[in-house]
Design a binder for this molecule. Structure first.
Ligand SMILES: Nc1ncnc2c1ncn2[C@@H]1O[C@H](COP(=O)(O)OP(=O)(O)O)[C@@H](O)[C@H]1O
Ligand SMILES: [Mg+2]
Length: 269
């Protein structure tokens, strides 16, 4: 189970040199990437983090993965506080980042086993886990090829196997279908459905996307993020009902754009 409460994070952006006055710099600006994100993702469910580009999804998931620290807010993984016990929290988390970041000179198998070793697994345990994950993800033929030159779909499978090597109870994926073709996307969806099911371990799965259809097809519940805030959450049916729409795209646009605009106008008034 993953819980995020009132998460916020800003970045200082270095100023551009002034064109009008040489050697003079404008003061540094701040970007509020995440303002107030809340999320509760239970076990045995797929929770979608749905938002347009720049909404703050990647920043939120990078904080969850311990890569950057929040300014304020609280995150727990299976009730373990990420800030207080980062290593315990991370051992319960499998993360598929938006950049994938495989070692190109290592084979798929070596990438997976190396990550297992980093997670404290024995070599034998990591090896046999790599084999069984490869069967599950239908990538056995890839295992002993260098990842250099892999297609997007092959890279995604390798990165997913690597994220799952230590059999974490919680799985976080940042826009996993980006760059994938229809077949690879369907394969990923099938894998996530399996991981959600009791046979697959009833994992807690959180995945971010800007694609409404992904959420409709796959998610048990959805958190809509816009301008760094979670603006609505519930099942697709609940969000349709709340907005009075029959089409999820319409509901999403209303939630992500209209409501935040109203809120911002309210804040300004
Ligand atoms: N390291 C950073 N420095 C400055 N701005 C950043 C940084 N990371 C993210 N941002 C900004 O924060 C906002 C949210 O980004 P991001 O979390 O990547 O959104 P998403 O993943 O939803 O597209 C964007 O405006 C982005 O430019
Ligand atoms: Mg992103």
């Amino acid at each position: 189970m993953i819980r995020i409460e009132h998460l916020a994070r800003s970045f200082k952006v270095p100023p551009a040199p002034s064109k009008a006055i040489p050697f003079r710099r404008a003061p540094a600006a701040w970007v509020q990437a995440v303002r107030d994100v809340n999320l509760l993702a239970p076990n045995g469910q797929i929770t979608g983090l749905l938002g347009p580009n720049g909404a703050g999804k990647t920043t939120t998931l990078r904080m969850l993965a311990g890569l950057i620290k929040p300014d304020t807010g609280r995150m727990t993984v299976d009730d373990v506080d990420v800030a207080r016990e980062p290593l315990v929290a991370l051992s319960r988390l499998g993360v598929l980042s938006d950049s994938r970041g495989l070692y190109p000179r290592l084979t798929a198998r070596e990438n997976i086993v190396y990550y297992g070793a980093l997670q404290g697994m024995t070599r034998d345990a990591a090896q046999s886990r790599a084999e069984s994950l490869a069967r599950m993800l239908d990538m056995s033929a890839l295992l002993d090829r260098r990842t250099d030159g892999f297609s997007q779909g092959e890279r995604m499978k390798t990165a997913l196997a690597r994220a799952l090597v230590h059999d974490p109870a919680n799985i976080v994926l940042d826009e996993p279908t980006n760059g994938l073709d229809v077949i690879a996307t369907r394969a990923l969806r099938e894998s996530l459905r399996l991981l959600r099911s009791p046979e697959g371990g009833a994992k807690c799965i959180v995945f971010s996307t800007h694609i409404m259809q992904e959420v409709e097809r796959l998610c048990d519940s959805v958190v809509v993020v816009a301008h760094g805030c979670s603006v609505a959450s519930g099942t697709v049916a609940e969000l349709l009902e709340r907005t009075g729409k029959t089409d999820f795209e319409e509901a999403f646009v209303q939630l992500a754009f209209v409501q935040t605009e109203l809120a911002e106008r309210g804040a300004l008034a």
